[in-house]
Ligand binder design. Structure first.
Ligand SMILES: Nc1nc2c(ncn2[C@@H]2O[C@H](COP(=O)(O)OP(=O)(O)O)[C@@H](O)[C@H]2O)c(=O)[nH]1
Ligand SMILES: [Mg+2]
Length: 405
């Protein structure tokens, strides 16, 4: 699973990316700083079962602190998406191709209206960020429509000649935009355009693909540079502005302060503050209070105020929202009934993100093809109950798979 971080230049994608991955990438105040797509590992977090079990777990990947388990997710920093990108403008197509395997897109916008459509810095409040929300949706839609319509006529004719069912042909064609068979069938039934694909009009194909985009590439808006908007308009007007943006789009709009998060993470690394990534606040370490200069204290106070207003910097919150609310994943731990440890004595070393609705056999396959192929039964480690292939997994289940040797 991958999450794409998209948006026009200079809105704070790299800052967001860096603050959630802590990977070094170029951060500079001019367009096209990031030339290649950057891959990085971000984190979502859950309340770990280790706490309720009274144990401390030892994650193989990610980490677990104070009962919060941070689970890695892949992020792709995609730069240079400007209007016309689907036609190859502004390095467009190259970037779009990085997006094809993304399961969701976090669209970063400069909510303060201080970045024009080309990604140049302008006076705050002089650009309407609602335009960006619209343009990005259109770019993604047009790009996917382009991919689906490529060879469309030829392929529908061939499949008709071969007496293939419309839905079968459609499933094949749409797998190239990552739409699963199940999703294809759902949209096919929803629109009911008929089984003869050769009769579909251009508009019908467009409509179908736009619906498919909402499924394969849901977009969540990260309203970044919230600090600048607050500086200009105050908190009340800022909140109204966010509501206004929300009412103009179907996508969820969430405030973020990427630069604030990055500053906190750096301050934490430098042991200036006590802060747990994603928490609602932080404390300056007592022995540092006298060392910090006024400017530093003010900067931290400003971050704290914004966190008070919105509950956090919003960086981890938006990723958690994407994974658990939009994509509807749950967390499943492999475990044993006799022991929660692996062979090396690590307690609950793994936790997997699985689509809600996944079953015990899906989990077995996720662990290893052999476990899936040779599945005998599974055990719900919490209840000690034996479960079968079709058991529907519940969030935070600990599952033992018993397979033939
Ligand atoms: N005030 C403010 N500036 C930010 C924020 N996030 C990023 N920036 C600044 O915006 C500029 C562009 O950021 P960058 O991450 O390189 O944008 P990208 O081109 O979208 O990757 C840099 O000067 C950042 O420091 C934020 O939350 N608040
Ligand atoms: Mg960048």
């Amino acid at each position: 699973m991958k999450i794409g971080v998209v948006g026009k230049p200079n809105v704070g994608k790299s800052t967001f990316f860096k603050s959630s991955t802590l990977k070094e990438v170029d951060i500079q105040n001019f367009p096209f700083t990031t030339i290649n797509a950057n891959l990085g590992v971000g984190y979502v977090r859950i309340k770990c079962v280790c706490k309720e079990l009274g144990r401390q777990c030892n994650p193989r990947v990610g980490f677990c602190t104070e009962g919060f388990r941070y689970i890695p997710v892949e992020l792709v920093d995609v730069a240079g998406l400007v209007p016309g990108a689907h036609e190859g403008k502004g390095m467009g197509n190259q970037f779009l191709n990085d997006l094809i395997f993304c399961n969701a897109l976090v669209h970063i916008i400069d909510v303060s209206g201080g970045t024009n459509e080309k990604g140049e810095s302008i006076q705050i409040g002089t650009y309407n960020p609602a335009n960006d929300i619209k343009f990005l949706e259109e770019e993604i839609d047009l790009w996917l429509i382009g991919l689906v319509k490529k060879n469309w006529r030829k392929f529908v004719r061939t499949s008709k000649m071969q007496k293939e069912k419309g839905i079968e042909a459609l499933t094949k064609q749409l797998s190239n935009i990552n739409l699963t068979e199940k999703e294809t069938i759902r949209i096919y039934e929803q629109f009911d355009f008929g089984d003869d694909l050769t009769q579909w009009t251009d508009e019908q194909i467009d409509q179908f693909v736009i619906e498919a985009r909402k499924t394969t590439k849901p977009i969540i808006i990260g309203a970044n540079k919230i600090d600048k908007l607050i500086d200009k308009d105050g908190i009340q007007k800022t909140k109204e502005k966010l509501k206004e943006l929300q009412s103009a789009t179907e996508s969820k709009v969430m405030p973020i302060f990427a630069e604030g998060e990055l500053a906190l993470r750096n301050a934490q690394k430098a042991r200036i503050i006590d802060y747990l990534y994603g928490e609602e606040s932080f404390e300056i370490k007592e022995d540092k209070l006298t060392v910090l200069n006024n400017e530093q204290k003010q900067a931290l106070a400003k971050i704290k105020n914004i966190m008070d207003d919105f509950g956090s910097t919003g960086v981890l919150k938006i990723l958690n929202y994407v994974i658990f609310d939009v994509l509807d994943y749950i967390s499943i731990y492999p475990a044993g009934t006799k022991s929660l440890c692996d062979k090396k004595g690590n307690v609950l070393p793994d936790v997997f993100l699985m689509k809600n609705g996944s079953t015990a056999i899906d989990f077995a396959y996720k662990l290893h093809t052999d476990f899936g192929d040779k599945f005998i039964r599974a055990v719900n480690v919490k209840t000690k109950q034996i479960i079968g292939k079709d058991y529907v997994l519940k969030d935070k289940d600990m599952i033992e798979i018993i397979a033939d040797k």
